[in-house]
Design a protein around this ligand. Structure first.
Ligand SMILES: [Zn+2]
Length: 160
């Protein structure tokens, strides 16, 4: 893993005011995170940290574009990202992540949000991502299958 120390949020440093962070994550970020789906991209990330009755609310805003590979031709294709996600963080004995709430050890009082940023971006990628022109060639070829040689042979038999 590359250096992702820049994405450490110091929760203990958050007083009752809101603390804001802002990052521009690019190809270095995606190669450091080593996520399975996104290899490249450029995103503006804004984070607002609010303290609310013993918990911290982390509001992420992501906007930009990432590159994924097309399901059909495997060539890169860009995918626009615009997302808003909230993560709830509490202090506890040891690190735990149950999906909705992340517990961070009180002695550290920090959380590295690099992976969270990656995941929020990855969530925006449609399950099936195909270039428009690849989608086109797919429907062309399926039309071709309807008059395939086997079907023609069968028609000849029926006509006899
Ligand atoms: Zn394609």
């Amino acid at each position: 893993m590359g250096n992702l120390d820049g994405y450490i949020v110091d929760l203990k440093g958050v007083t009752d005011d809101t603390v804001s962070y802002r990052w521009q994550v690019g190809n270095d970020f995606f190669s450091a995170v080593q996520g399975p789906e996104i290899k490249q991209g450029l995103l503006d990330v804004a984070l607002r940290v609010k303290q609310t009755s013993g918990a911290y609310e982390l509001e992420f805003q992501l906007k930009g574009e990432v590159e994924v590979s097309c399901d059909r031709c495997l060539e890169p294709m860009s995918c626009p990202i615009e997302a808003q996600n909230t993560l709830k963080v509490v202090m506890g004995e040891e690190y735990a992540d149950n999906g909705d709430v992340v517990t961070v050890p009180e002695k550290d009082g920090t959380i590295n949000v690099a992976w969270n940023i990656y995941e929020f971006a990855a969530l925006q990628i449609p399950l099936r991502h195909v270039h428009e022109e690849c989608e086109q060639s797919l429907s062309d070829s399926s039309e071709g299958e309807r008059s395939d040689p086997c079907w023609d042979a069968l028609k000849k038999i029926v006509n006899k």
